[in-house]
Write a protein that binds this ligand. Structure first.
Ligand SMILES: O=C(CO)[C@@H](O)[C@H](O)[C@H](O)[C@H](O)COP(=O)(O)O
Ligand SMILES: [Zn+2]
Length: 203
């Protein structure tokens, strides 16, 4: 058992080592964070969704924006499209599961918003439909996927492809990257510089 446990931890570290070695990824994360800052400066919002564990991740990240991350500041508008069971069951029941998120984007999204779609395969049909809807509405699209990017890669303005094909390992990196983006956005909008933050954290 211990061997198995150690192997899983090692695999998670390996994926993160690959992230660290990818210079383009550093730039991409920064670009997405700067875009999110712009979205908020323009008075827009961020919509986020995913299935299964990625639904939980979407809610987790939305919560960081609405509440606070490292320090006190005004809440930032972010909505996880995975939480309203009345909407989800009605849309799923009447139109089908693949319409779950696209319908909510059509109803609540406006031009200039940002949509973050999280899918480890990059192929979940409700995320694909959501991205197509975003195109129609001029909503900025960000994909969090696994290494192939799946069908999502071609539909996203920005696509973060975590270098793994293993769903849980990909999700672990998604939440790491989501946290990094939250930290940058919070800092850029309300912070006093990362150095001050580092002192606060005792780093
Ligand atoms: O959390 C996990 C696995 O770690 C599962 O619930 C997983 O999210 C579900 O199987 C999803 O339906 C997978 O969808 P996707 O990542 O391919 O879009
Ligand atoms: Zn999981």
């Amino acid at each position: 058992m211990e061997v198995y446990i150690r192997a899983q931890i090692e695999r998670s570290i390996e994926v993160k080592q690959k992230l660290l070695a990818d210079e383009n990824l550093m730039e991409l994360i920064e670009t997405i964070a700067r875009k999110a800052v712009e979205v908020y400066q323009n008075g827009n919002k961020i919509l986020i969704s995913g299935n299964g564990g990625s639904a939980a991740d979407a809610q987790h990240i939305a919560g960081e924006f609405v509440n606070r991350f490292y320090f006190d500041r005004p809440g930032l508008p972010a909505i996880a499209l995975t939480t309203d069971t009345s909407v989800l069951t009605a849309v799923g029941n009447d139109y089908g599961y693949e319409h779950l998120f696209a319908r909510q984007i059509q109803a609540n999204g406006v031009a200039g918003d940002m949509f973050i779609g999280m899918s480890t395969s990059g192929n979940s049909s409700n995320i694909i439909r959501a991205l197509e809807e975003c195109r129609k509405k001029e909503i900025v699209t960000v994909g969090f996927t696994g290494e192939t990017g799946g069908k999502m890669a071609a539909l996203c303005d920005y696509c973060i492809k975590v270098p793994s094909v293993e769903t849980p390992r990909i999700q672990e990196s998604h939440i790491l990257i989501g946290h990094i983006i939250c930290a940058i956005v919070e800092e850029q909008l309300f912070g006093a510089g990362f150095q001050v933050q580092a002192i606060r954290d005792g780093v």
